[in-house]
Design a binder for this molecule. Structure first.
Ligand code: F0G
Length: 463
């Protein structure tokens, strides 16, 4: 492997405040995992050493953001902090109607409950789990059509988050454009390896949507990370800054949904923006019923202030370079050890192919879940399965219909862990490599009807 690829970058920040981490033993972790029903979502965070469960809301804010917190205007209506946030988001998206929400899924619920309903169809490169759940909850159908190249998780191509344009045309013909509630472009494509979407693909989707009169929604919670890839991989855009690329891409959409807990660089927050006035009125009515008045949504003034600052900071070229390279550092080193990782490495996370790594565990015994448990037991590392626990369904005989992939995601919180934390994670994988032959599968002992991975209970098969 090219030595340069394995090189990392020094963090372009220094640490001003620290949060101690508890060092635990494997015996202790065996007990805590059992008490959590073998579901790492149900662990207490104090029992986790390196938390790679999500990059959502887990980032560290900057000194500028913390000082913005002190300037938050907590007025119920028309707060200064709202004006600040609204102007930043208008400039970024080019959209006139901006709604603040407490997080991404609140924006999803508002928009998709208005657009959805029985007989409606949503088409996406890949729906994230809360996106799919909010759509299916309205009785509508959610169809994923990621490009064919993405199905080979080793092929080295630049934009494996793209949607399959031919299938998009076919599906619109098949269901008829009036039945298509929206095409949702998830940027970067989280559930499909965190892979980026090209500007060319987005422009082609815009054209198809225009031809058929279909709404185009951009789920852009990682829009800055995607812009980094566009700048470096799509020649026509290498002269534009990351922020300029994001603006051009967001301008293509009719609506934009953002969980600000990612590239907003805040711990809580969301956004819904739309171009159409009539749609904005419907959304605002829903917002007031469930989230709050239109100038704060579910957010306090200080949250909005920090978000307005975060949305500018995230496009800093040194930050974005460090961000993407430090994720790649973990992925490239894992690959060098022989761990099957989804390739190339995406923006916010490294995805491991657990079906390959734990090849002796059948899919109906959840190899991804087994790896998640082993990483916790061996190193106190917490991560998440994106496979048949998250997306599996049952047929009429109660047999598992597995997900397309059995992945495990190691998501990297923004500006939180240093390179030595990541080197520790790499060391733990040496232990994992020693036990792959002996690794054991799991069965589900309890599950709720929606989003089961959050609260399901498990047991090792051979307990
Ligand atoms: N869309 C995408 C692409 C997401 O990744 C998420 C959240 C959401 C919508 C929902 O936003 O959590 O603020 O309500 N992803 C997190 C994750 C949870 O871990 O990937 P939310």
């Amino acid at each position: 492997m090219d030595k340069n690829r394995l090189r990392t970058l020094t963090e372009p920040f220094k640490i001003k405040m620290v949060e101690p981490l508890k060092v635990t033993t494997e015996n202790y972790r065996e007990k805590t995992l059992k008490e959590a029903g073998y579901n790492t979502f149900l662990l207490k965070s104090k029992d986790v050493f390196i938390d790679l469960l999500t990059d959502s809301g887990t980032g560290a804010m900057s000194d500028k953001q913390w000082s913005g917190i002190m300037m938050g205007d907590e007025s119920y209506a028309g707060a200064r902090s709202w004006e600040h946030l609204e102007s930043v988001v208008k400039e970024l998206t080019g959209m006139p109607y901006i709604l603040p929400t407490h997080q991404g899924r609140a924006a999803e619920r508002i928009l998709y409950s208005i657009l959805g309903g029985k007989d409606k169809v949503f088409i996406s490169n890949t729906h994230f789990d809360t996106t799919r759940a909010n759509i299916e909850y309205t009785g509508a159908m959610a169809i994923d059509i990621v490009c064919e190249e993405a199905k080979d998780n080793q092929i080295d191509l630049p934009f494996k988050g793209n949607i399959d344009l031919l299938k998009l045309e076919e599906l619109i013909q098949q269901y008829g454009s009036v039945s298509i509630a929206a095409v949702i472009m998830t940027v970067t494509n989280n559930s499909s390896g965190g892979q980026p979407v090209s500007m060319a693909n987005m422009k082609a989707v815009r054209k198809i949507c225009d031809n058929h009169g279909v709404l185009m929604v951009i789920d852009g919670c990682r829009i800055a990370e995607n812009s980094y890839f566009v700048h470096h991989r799509e020649k026509e855009y290498s002269h534009l800054t990351y922020e300029e690329i994001a603006k051009e891409m967001l301008n293509l959409g009719d609506a934009f949904i953002m969980s600000a807990k990612k590239d907003g660089l805040v711990n809580m927050g969301g956004l819904l923006t739309v171009k159409d006035e009539a749609l904005s009125v419907k959304c605002k009515n829903m917002l007031i019923i469930s989230e709050g008045f239109t100038t704060y949504g579910g957010l306090s003034g200080r949250d909005m202030e920090a978000l307005a600052i975060g949305l500018k900071e995230v496009f800093d070229k040194d930050y974005l370079h460090y961000r993407i390279r430090s994720t790649a550092y973990l992925g490239e080193h894992l690959r060098a050890k022989g761990i099957p990782v989804v390739w190339p490495i995406g923006g916010h996370a490294v995805y491991i192919d657990a079906k390959k790594l734990y090849a002796n565990i059948p899919v109906n015994q959840y190899p991804g879940h087994a790896l998640v448990c082993d990483l916790y037991l061996k190193g106190g590392i917490r991560c998440v399965e994106i496979g048949s626990v998250m997306f599996g369904k049952y047929d009429e005989n109660g047999e598992l219909i597995p997900a397309a992939n059995e992945l495990v995601r190691l998501a990297i919180p923004r500006r939180v862990y240093t390179q030595s934390h990541i080197d520790f994670v790499l060391d733990v994988f040496d232990d994992i490599l020693e036990l792959t032959e002996k690794a054991e599968g799991y069965k589900i002992t309890y599950e709720p009807p929606f989003l089961r991975h959050f609260t399901a209970h498990f047991e090792p098969i051979n307990l």
